[in-house]
Design a protein around this ligand. Structure first.
Ligand code: AMP
Length: 249
């Protein structure tokens, strides 16, 4: 069976994000970009399914600017077989991403689609859910364990206060949570090998998808600076401060 994974190019999780002076977004110029961490987990899970003999081919798909090629190369260096780049300079919101992924999925016919539960740049947590609705496929989001057998996926999901296990029929969409696995590093020989793996390039126009934004970002602001804490001398002083300063009791 074929597995398709989505890999988004995002600001590296170690970078301290700076909001643009005009508050229209965050600075991306000269900022280190990497694969979205949840997508690394998606690639790793597909690799483990291939190593278990369940998956035969892994296709890594990225959508966005030409540099998304590098993100696909990272997936190929981890072990994915080939890539698809849907190239556009347009801003892509989750609905547009879901429609584009659907168009690629219709062409590629994977039986399992594994993507991140959320992208750490926009924190939307929408694409997997929208994609499953557009495809009419079952979904299992926030997966922390995946077991495939008999045309079904048994997925353990992280829910508030515990774990839930669901069984869904393939083909299906699975979104990854942090505890699903620990992604491998690409070895040097695999990085070299990845340079020869094929990446097909297409565009939203070629796929017949309208990617016009449906939402407008009004403004982006930094969270308020945290003020330093201080020690109180007694319980009475604490109660007083909670009443008069914090006004929470
Ligand atoms: P979001 O709904 O934006 O939080 O994204 C959830 C997941 O959708 C990400 O972890 C990726 O797997 C996938 N995704 C979103 N945008 C893109 C993109 N431009 N290219 C590839 N995958 C994407």
């Amino acid at each position: 069976m074929k597995a398709l994974v989505a890999v988004k190019r995002v600001i590296d999780y170690n970078v301290k994000i700076r909001v643009k002076a005009d508050k229209t977004g965050v600075e991306t110029a000269n900022v280190k970009m990497s694969m979205n961490p949840f997508d690394e987990i998606a690639v790793e899970e597909a690799l483990r399914l291939r190593e278990a003999g369940i998956v035969s081919e892994i296709i890594a798909v990225s959508l966005g600017v030409a540099q998304c090629q590098e993100t696909i190369r990272t997936a190929l260096a981890m072990g994915a077989d080939r890539g698809v780049l849907v190239q556009t300079d347009a801003e892509l919101q989750p609905l547009a991403v879901a429609k584009l992924l659907k168009a690629v999925i219709v062409q590629e016919n994977p039986e399992i689609v594994i993507i991140g539960k959320q992208a750490i740049d926009d924190d939307c947590n929408q694409t997997g859910q929208m994609l499953s609705a557009l495809l009419g496929w079952p979904q299992a989001t926030f997966a922390s364990k995946v077991k495939i057998s008999d045309g079904h996926a048994e997925v353990t999901r992280e829910v508030d206060g515990g774990l839930e296990t669901v069984s869904i029929k393939l083909p299906a969409v699975i979104t990854t949570d942090l505890r699903l696995n620990e992604p491998r590093y690409a070895s040097l020989p695999n990085i070299m090998r990845a340079k020869k793996k094929p990446i097909a390039t297409t565009t939203p126009e070629a796929l017949g998808v309208d990617v016009a934004p449906r939402l407008a970002v009004l403004k982006v602001e930094e969270p308020p600076k945290r003020e330093g804490g201080h020690k109180v001398g007694s319980v009475a002083e604490l109660i007083d401060k909670l009443k008069t300063e914090a006004r929470v009791i």
